[in-house]
Each structure stands twice: as structure tokens, then as C-alpha cells.
Design a protein around this ligand. Sequence first.
Ligand SMILES: Cc1cc2nc3c(=O)[nH]c(=O)nc-3n(C[C@H](O)[C@H](O)[C@H](O)COP(=O)(O)OP(=O)(O)OC[C@H]3O[C@@H](n4cnc5c(N)ncnc54)[C@H](O)[C@@H]3O)c2cc1C
Length: 449
Amino acid sequence: MSRLSLQPTAWVEEPPRRTPVLGECEVLVVGGGPAGLAAAVAAAQQGADTLLIERYGFLGGMGTAGGVTNFAGLYGRRHGQMQQLVHGVVDELLERIDALGGLNAPQDGMGGRIRVRSYDVAAYKCAADGWLSAHRVRLLFHALACGVQLDGDRIEAVLLQTRSGRVALRARQVIDASGDADIAALSGAAFTLGDGQGEMLYPSTMFRIGEVEPERAQSVVGEFGAIDALMEAAAGRYAFARRGAILRPQRNPRQWRANVTQLRNAAGTAADATNALELSDAEIEGRRQIAEYMRFLRAEVPGFEQAEIAEIAAQVGIRETRRVHCQHMLDAPEVLSGAVFTDSIGLNAWPIEAHVDGAVHWQHFNDADNTFNQLPWRMLVPLAPAPSNLLVAGRCAGMTHLGQSAARASGACFVMGQAAGTAAAMGLQGPLSVEALQSRLKTQGAVLS
Ligand SMILES: Cc1cc2nc3c(=O)[nH]c(=O)nc-3n(C[C@H](O)[C@H](O)[C@H](O)COP(=O)(O)OP(=O)(O)OC[C@H]3O[C@@H](n4cnc5c(N)ncnc54)[C@H](O)[C@@H]3O)c2cc1C
């Protein structure tokens, strides 16, 4: 049996093909994660004929497919008061998940420096379907964007692989919310993979644990990070992939989410989700680590003796791959110092959470009373040679490796998506002014400063 290799020594020639055009839209959003959802709703709110394509059969991105089950970056401190800082179209999604009984009360952690809200995956999926259809966003599931047709400096059509074969979708504006910058990369835009030196934020396979005894578990590992002490005590008996494990209860207190795995490639660096072979191996390794972690929990942690795996995420959770070179690359000093920008489109309220080899490094905002920074419009605008009708939003937008360690959280992705969708729709009418975009975002409830 020959070895699979991405450095081929043989090729096959595919015949030239004519690809049928499936349809047209004004704004095409690629990817249904937090950035894509917000982009599609915002574009549709502005009256654009909007279509979102998604490779899976449901929405939510890493939040559902990757089993994240938790919104971070929506809340932060302003003048010392912890409060929801990210508003806008995301408020409608929160209401819809809540109405389905799937949104947890806010949970504080790290001595009150962070606040998150966990949710039920099924409720998120259902809420997102209803949300997009209420805004008349057209949806095409099970469609993998796999190519672009360029016309000069514009994308004329995006090519999709579907169960009906290869098709094309024509669009006037395209938003790459694929998380991995698939469209930008296919269009020839410049990007950096991870830190540009072979490392990137490590991926994790997320899972949820059922049949936990809530009171006993809470008393032992209730505080964020408290499980680490138990892991250290048991270190010789179990193979832990990393320190900095996150184990927290969901809305149903008998169910906990576990963010404890860490996935390497054969070279010992972060598994690269743009590498087909590494991604495949990472799926297997993630589940192997989960089985090992469950062995530890059942044997060593009070309240988890009868615990069961409730769900393993459909795919490896990917924190970082390609980040597109944009007019502005948000960096760590800007996050930590609470930077302000004249072209602000909204706020990031999550600190730096860098998943490095074997650990998680946190760096908090310099001002403990004001834990947020502004996000500039320019981080959504790719530099040439990217097509002129392409915007990027979400974890693949214009950020440095460390800047992305903060602003990749869902809160900032919703902000970026809302701005990209609004701008794409406004751009259909003529040249876009940043001031006009900002005032439109404010009328949609976004908080820019
Ligand atoms: C393990 C882990 C834990 C995390 N924990 C938290 C947390 O607790 N709180 C928090 O707020 N954030 C957390 N994050 C970060 C957050 O979930 C992501 O950064 C965020 O989901 C990124 O949003 P996005 O829309 O940019 O991309 P994604 O969520 O990755 O969504 C991209 C979407 O595009 C689709 N797609 C990709 N390529 C194509 C293609 N070619 N064609 C069609 N569709 C495509 C994907 O299927 C997906 O639905 C975590 C991330 C990971 C991996």
C-alpha cells in the first residue's frame, strides 16, 4: 500500500469542464460560523439579496461543529462594571437560543476578569436556521466552496462542490467567513499560516460530559482552572495533552463541557487544519485523548465517577490557520492597551488566550477596569492582489498571530461579520464611506466605542 503524500510524484490530468451556474445573488457569504451568520443577517437587513453557503448541514461553525458550546468576548468590564459590550445583530441570536431554552446564565471566571455564556448546540443550530430565514437569507447547505472564477480584479463566481456535482454561484460581493480563508486563498490573496514559522494556536477536540454529579463536581473543580491541580497530582498515571484544562458546567448542570485536548502533528507542532493528512490524523488523536481524559475523570475527580461522554464534536476545533493580509493587522499591544480606531466597527472584549505547546497562556487587558479594544474596519479589507469585491470576517481576518488569540473569540467574530455584511450591502450602491458604515452599524444597535 503506498503512503499518502502531499508532495506528489505523480499527477492525473482532469479534462476541462463547463460548470453550470446554479444561481446569482448580491452578497454571497461563505461559511456559517459566528462571522458568517452575522454577515448574512446584516447584509439582508440592508436589503441585499443574500445567500450563505455552508459545507455542513447546519449553522454555527466552530460553535456547533467544533463543539465550542460557549460564547466568549461578548462581556467585559467598562469603568469597572462587568457588562455585555458586544451588541448588534448577535442580540437577536441570543434571544432565539434563549427562547429555545438553550442559553445558560452568564458565568464568571478568572477572579471576575472574564464572563462567558454557554449554550446548547442543538438550540444554537435551530435558532440560527430560524434567524436567517426570518431575515430572508437564502441557505445552501452541503456546499463546499472549492474555487473562484475571477474577472479582472473581481470575483465573478464561486465554485462549489455539492451532492449534485460542481456548480457555480455568481455574486456581486463575496464575504469570506470560512474561518480558514478558503476564498481569499483561492483568489490569490496573501495570508500567513499561524505564526508564519511553523506554529499556530493548537487545535482541540471538544466534548461534553454527561451524568456528572453537579454539587460534588462544582465544589472540587467549580472555579475556572481548578482542575489543573488535580491533573498535576495524577500526572504520572495519565497522559495529559496540556495544562490549562477548561472544565465547566452547561445549562443542564449534569452536563459539562471539556476543553482539555491538544493536537500535534508528527513533527510535534500544532496540527495544521489546512493539511488534509494532519487534519485526518488529528481527528483520531482527539478522540484518543478524550478516552484518556475520561479515564482520569472517572477515577480521580469527585462527581465524575459515573460520567459519560455525551457528545464528541463533529470535527476538530480549529483555532487558527490562515490569516489574510489586510489593510490593518490587529496586534497584541492594541488588544492589551484597549486601542481605539477612527474606523472602529465594534469591540473585542476577550483577552489573549494563546494555546501554545502544552499550555494556555493568558494575557489580560492592561486596564483591569476597561477590558476591551476597538476593532478597525480595515481589518476586514484584504490587500491587493485580493479581489476588490472580497471582504474577510472572523478568525481569518486581519490580525497578527497573537492579536487573533484574542479577537478570534465569537464576540469579535459577530462584530466583524455584522460590519462586513453591512458594508457589502452598502457597497452595492456605490463607493463606501467609513462614516456612513459606522452610522448604519449604530442604527443596527452595534456599539463602536
Ligand atoms: C477548541 C476551541 C474552543 C473555543 N472556545 C471558545 C469559547 O469558549 N468561546 C468563544 O467565543 N470562542 C471560542 N473559540 C473560538 C471560536 O469558536 C472561533 O474562533 C469562532 O467560531 C470563529 O468564527 P468564524 O465564523 O470566523 O469561523 P468558524 O466558526 O470556523 O466558521 C466557519 C464556517 O465556515 C464553514 N466553511 C469553512 N470552509 C468552507 C468552505 N470552503 N465552503 C463552505 N463552508 C465552509 C465551516 O463549516 C464553518 O461553519 C474556540 C475555538 C476552538 C477551536
